[in-house]
Write a protein that binds this ligand. Structure first.
Ligand SMILES: [Zn+2]
Length: 353
């Protein structure tokens, strides 16, 4: 048994929105205060304040602000981390109003939120959530309340879960593609039409300048993508001991009608979900070089004359190997080659495609 940390996301019931918004405004106020304090210190004294240095300035303000004292420490900690990442002496202000307003965020330290009477207890308040995980069985670590673009609130909490090694023995290769988001070496497909299906509706709403509607459709697309990827990856992780994914070649990002970002979003969330679930389930996960995976015959290993070559042949879905006569569905063949490359990698430590 090994333990891993996993983040659960739960929707908070809408009746708490006004309290959370009020708390989030105070968090923004603290953030901006720290931003001013820190940038002044750098400008006037050349001193980059640490979270520890900031603490005395905010200490004791929590009660008056209606925040948990450790939330102030979390804000300072996050500020210092971001300042280091951005390498800037001053960060952006958190805005509470206007179109550029920052989405609500209330960080919660380990121990400052708990499960009590079927609700999340934090800072003297009880929050009802749509509990799809059975939160009562977990011990909370760090957490936060977060608002989305539509003003809905979520409780994100890190919890420790125990995992046991997988009993599956099969392995699978995955080809990331343009026509379908992903194809496995066993012929399963993740179609990834979440964007295309809703594109006409989105266009209508955009032309009519219906902001709320556009936001809602974007959220719907994101939800569909998340849901489909979740189902697809869960199933793969449950049934395999090793999963190999092709590293996406830029050659695939040739001019297509779909936006590059749309493809990227699908591919990267798929890879992230896989990696995370594999890690949790003790399944091997590797990215392998996908060079020639489309052109090599997965039956005989040759690069036959009849292979689909490059951009010009992108439209070819099915082809027959002129060396051995095997008939291939293009993406399944690629996924099989990726699987073979993954096995070589495990055995020899290098890719052999
Ligand atoms: Zn062949």
């Amino acid at each position: 048994m090994a333990t891993v940390v996993k983040t659960l996301k739960l929707r908070v019931k809408d009746k708490h929105a006004s309290l959370l918004l009020q708390m989030a405004r105070q968090v923004s106020f603290v953030w901006n205060f720290i931003n001013a304090l820190s940038s002044r210190s750098i400008r006037e004294r050349g001193k980059w304040l640490s979270a520890y240095d900031i603490h005395p300035y905010t200490k004791g303000a929590a009660k008056e602000l209606g925040l948990h004292s450790q939330t102030l420490q979390c804000v300072a900690q996050e500020y210092v981390t971001r300042r280091r990442q951005c390498k800037r002496a001053r960060l952006n202000w958190r805005k509470s109003i206007g179109s550029q307003r920052s989405l609500g965020w209330i960080p919660i330290n380990t121990g400052a939120a708990s499960w009590k009477n079927g609700q999340v207890y934090h800072n003297g308040h009880y929050f009802s959530v749509w509990d799809s995980y059975g939160l009562g069985q977990y011990k909370f670590k760090t957490a936060s309340f977060n608002e989305d673009a539509r003003g809905r609130w979520y409780f994100n909490v890190a919890v420790e879960v125990e995992t046991k090694p997988t009993e599956a023995t099969a392995s699978v290769g995955i080809d990331l593609g343009l026509k379908d988001c992903a194809t496995t070496s066993t012929g399963q497909k993740l179609h990834g039409r979440w964007y295309r299906e809703l594109e006409p509706q989105l266009a209508v709403a955009q032309r009519a300048r219906k902001k709320q509607r556009v936001k809602a459709i974007h959220a719907k697309i994101a939800n569909r993508r998340k849901d489909e990827i979740h189902k697809f990856t869960t199933n793969l992780v449950k049934n395999n001991a090793a999963i190999f994914v092709g590293d996406v070649a830029s050659a695939k990002l040739v001019k297509t009608r779909m936006a590059k970002s749309t493809l990227d979003a699908g591919w990267s969330s798929l890879k992230t979900a896989l990696e995370y679930k594999c890690h949790q389930a003790g399944v091997v996960f590797e990215e392998v070089n996908e060079a020639y995976s489309t052109q090599t015959c997965s039956a005989c290993g040759s690069l036959p004359q009849s292979r689909p070559k490059g951009i010009a042949d992108l439209g070819i879905r099915e082809w027959k190997c002129s060396e051995c006569g095997a008939v291939h569905e293009r993406d399944v063949n690629a996924a099989r080659n990726i699987l073979a490359a993954g096995h070589c990698r495990l055995a020899g430590g290098i890719s052999c495609l």
